[in-house]
Design a protein around this ligand. Sequence first.
Ligand code: TYD
Length: 207
Amino acid sequence: MTGRFITFEGCEGSGKSTQIRLLSEKLNKAGIPHIVTREPGGSDIAEKIRAIILDGRNTAMCDECEALLYAAARAQHLREIVQPALAAGTLVLCDRYVDSSLAYQGYARGLGLKFIEDINSFAMRDFCPDLTLFLDISPKDAFNRKHGADEGDRMEQLGIEFHSKVYEGYLKLADMYPDRIAKVECGGTKFQTAENIYNILKSHKII
Ligand code: TYD
């Protein structure tokens, strides 16, 4: 049986990494085999592309180059890591996937969803997640929860206006793809959010 492909999406500081870690711990306790991976990166070649994309000194990078590099890293990571794991029947938890490109490059950068869909449909050969969990917290709330911002990489250095647009983009995508994208309520503690995620996975018969 092929494994299921679950992606996690959300703005900076939305708590994706923490939630993926908490979920992985629960799955380990339940004896459910899975791998945790991330974008951009997750394989040697894709991590090299990640380093170029996120390097704060690459201020001259144009939006088109940025979008193509994310798509290139995605293509490599998908073939090298995600698809072999799924073929072996393993559940794959991936921190970010194509919705990040749609929200960040398509919507917030203003390149347009159509252009991002086109280059990614080539990069992914239209390979879609079984389920996408969108951690629904605005960048302002995430910022307040964190009590301040990090210095940050090239993307994190973009201001609150950019990140608010990313959030708007995600809300739009959740409306466009209600069957695939589940909004995760993040108003409570991290453990309540983890419980919400577990329940969503159960209700979608992923676990
Ligand atoms: P990362 O440190 O992994 O951020 P986070 O912990 O918030 O997930 O850096 C990834 C950055 O790249 C993040 O700012 C989101 C951005 N990104 C895009 O703009 N487009 C994409 O397609 C992907 C995968 C990420």
